[in-house]
Design a protein around this ligand. Structure first.
Ligand code: PEP
Ligand code: MN
Length: 361
């Protein structure tokens, strides 16, 4: 029994730099035979319980959105004949970044198969709409990366613009977010945001750009494994035949062999529930607790409404800090002592207080 549907792979260099660099990288990726690689699935018991990769797209940025205007800006349209050659020679489906209607028009003219909308473009609904209008009803696949800032609705809005334009194959790419105080990743993964996207748009395949989240080679394995554990539909990775010479993002580009090793060592979560019913039993316990929590929350809110009426009648202030401290003390008395729970409680109480105050308004 094959347990998993194949996971989509987009791989290739950050940027097209020269014909030789593109060709050599493409050849080395071709030689990996990614589509015949597989990975163990959970506690794989038999050889058949594996996950498969489906290398669908060769990526290469030709217009590069760089922070510094003096850095390499991409080779632009010069790359189209090189990409055409790679498509013909290796049978790859070609994917480039577009950041304007003009870029999109050039891609249509040059028969590019797929485009991605970069994080700096997704933030701008005017630009996204112009690109969507240009690509209207074309057969290109469109990948929409998340906006730089952690804004789920902006990401969904951009995806929606391409769906509205009649693009048949639209996919989302999670590339992490630029947030303050992030010192592990180049771009903070904030996994709850792509997971929320998946729940809201279950039919839109969701991929993880492991390179731009990690920002280096060593973290990409864990980022990729986490994405697969969360049920992502595939991975995007920057792969270069000589990363140390790359003209952009050199620290995060993988050698083809490193990429191959990463794919082979990722474990796919099993889709088989344990035979002993242990998961079923625990889920039922949780279900009963959730029923109680949800009914108690409703009752609590109703009492908040009654308190609001009493306060209004006696012109008492909405916020009474001493009273709130008593509520906090009740939760703290019964708290689990680990840091994760303390953090949860802090956020939960903040939300509880905020919504109580809102109702009282
Ligand atoms: C890229 O994929 O090369 C790129 C520039 O990505 P992002 O828009 O995620 O920064
Ligand atoms: Mn890059």
């Amino acid at each position: 029994m094959i347990l998993n549907t194949p996971k989509i792979i987009i791989a290739g260099p950050c940027a097209a730099e020269s014909r030789e660099q593109l060709f050599e990288t493409a050849k080395e990726i071709f030689d990996l035979h990614i589509n015949s690689q597989c990975s163990p699935c959970g506690d794989a018991l038999s050889k058949k319980e594996v996950g498969f990769w489906d290398f669908c797209f060769f990526r290469a940025g030709i217009w590069k959105a760089r922070t510094n205007p003096n850095d390499f800006q991409g080779v632009g349209e010069d790359a189209f004949p090189w990409l055409k050659e790679i498509k013909e020679k290796f049978g790859f489906t070609i994917c480039v970044e577009v950041a304007s209607a003009e870029h999109a028009r050039c891609c249509l003219e040059n028969h590019i198969d797929a485009v991605w909308i970069g994080a700096r473009t997704t933030v701008n609904p005017f630009l996204v709409q112009e690109i969507a209008d240009t690509l209207q009803h074309s057969s290109l696949t469109v990948f929409v990366k998340n906006p730089i800032n952690p804004d789920l609705t902006l990401w969904i809005g951009a995806i929606q613009r391409f769906l509205n334009a009649g693009i048949k194959q639209v996919m989302a790419v999670h590339r992490g977010f630029s947030i303050e105080n992030e010192n592990v990743y180049r771009n903070a993964p904030c996994w709850e945001i792509p997971v929320a996207l998946k729940m809201k748009l279950p039919n839109i395949p969701l991929l993880c750009d492991i390179s731009h989240i990690a920002g280096n080679v060593s973290l990409q394995q864990i980022v990729a494994q986490t994405a697969i554990n969360y049920g992502f539909d595939g991975l995007m990775a920057e792969v270069h035949h000589e990363p140390q010479k790359a003209l952009s993002d050199s620290k995060q580009q993988l050698l083809p062999a490193q990429f191959s090793h990463l794919l082979k060592t990722i474990r796919f979560p099993s889709t088989n529930n344990p035979a002993d019913n242990s998961l079923f039993i625990q889920r039922n316990l949780i279900k009963n607790i959730d029923i109680q929590i949800s009914s108690l929350l409703c009752k609590r809110m109703e009492i908040v409404d009654e308190i609001a009426v009493i306060k209004a009648k006696h012109t008492l202030p909405a916020v009474q800090p001493d009273q709130w401290k008593k509520v906090v003390a009740i939760y703290e008395e019964n708290a689990l002592q680990d840091d994760h729970y303390k953090q949860f409680l802090e956020e939960f109480l903040l939300l509880l207080h905020k919504s109580s105050l809102k109702r009282q308004e």
